[in-house]
Design a protein around this ligand. Structure first.
Ligand code: DX5
Ligand code: ZN
Length: 221
């Protein structure tokens, strides 16, 4: 079984010292960096865009996992690709022709992901499984870091696992992931965990990442 991936979300990092914060978590063993892109329309918050991804790309070889919480994501896929994204995740709620969007992402040689808001049923992706590399189950309503995990999403995670079946699709969760619920999520079959505030709000983000990796490894053993 491959190691569960811990994907630190830079939303909670110190944007004035982004290179330093990324280096700390990558040196500690994080292989993915989760980049939250928000447009103030799809979600009630505005964050960063391709120019920041381009700068990050120069500082790390980690997988850049770009989570687009924006309307009409198709308009920006190429910008994120040329900025150096490795994977692009779009929200099923934000695009009219999801299958086409996924094919566009894959056609550019990137990993294609779909994210579902807590209230969105799994049926939104059921007929696109062959087009997907990653399924992101939001465990908070997107827009902000530091929110609490919505416990009813545990049922959705288990239903998603069943729906994925033998398809080579990574199951990712995002929102309210902490050292306390990591083991439970790994046991539920989650393969990729995004965590923002529970990493970057600690005094030593690198140490926290190491502790998280140890927790998921102990469950996998
Ligand atoms: C929320 C973002 C998350 C966020 C998670 O809309 O998609 O990636 O950074 O933050 P935490 O881990 O603090 O809930
Ligand atoms: Zn995210």
């Amino acid at each position: 079984m491959p190691d569960v991936i811990i994907a630190p979300s830079i939303l909670s990092a110190d944007f004035a010292h982004l290179g330093r914060d990324i280096d700390a978590v990558v040196s500690a063993g994080a292989r993915w960096i989760h980049v939250d892109v928000m447009d103030g329309v799809f979600v009630p918050n505005i964050t960063i865009g391709p120019v920041v991804v381009k700068s990050i790309r120069r500082t790390t070889r980690a997988f850049l996992d770009c989570h687009l919480m924006i309307t009409e994501p198709d308009r920006y896929i190429d910008d994120f690709r040329s900025a150096g994204a490795d994977g692009i995740t779009v929200h099923a709620e934000a695009t009219r022709h999801l299958q086409r969007t996924l094919a566009t992402i894959r056609g550019m040689g990137l990993k294609a992901g779909v994210s579902l808001n807590p209230s969105t049923p799994l049926d939104a992706v059921r007929y696109c499984l062959a087009d997907l590399d990653l399924l992101l189950i939001m465990t908070v309503n997107p827009g902000f870091g530091g929110q609490s995990f919505i416990s009813s999403m545990l049922q959705k995670i288990s239903d998603a696992k069943a729906m994925i079946g033998g398809h080579p699709i990574q199951l990712q969760v995002d929102g309210g992931v902490t050292k306390e619920n990591l083991a439970m999520l790994a046991q539920a079959g989650v393969e990729n965990m995004v965590a923002g505030s529970s990493i970057f709000s600690t005094p030593d983000p690198g140490k926290t990442v190491k502790e998280m990796i140890d927790i998921v490894r102990s469950v996998q053993r």
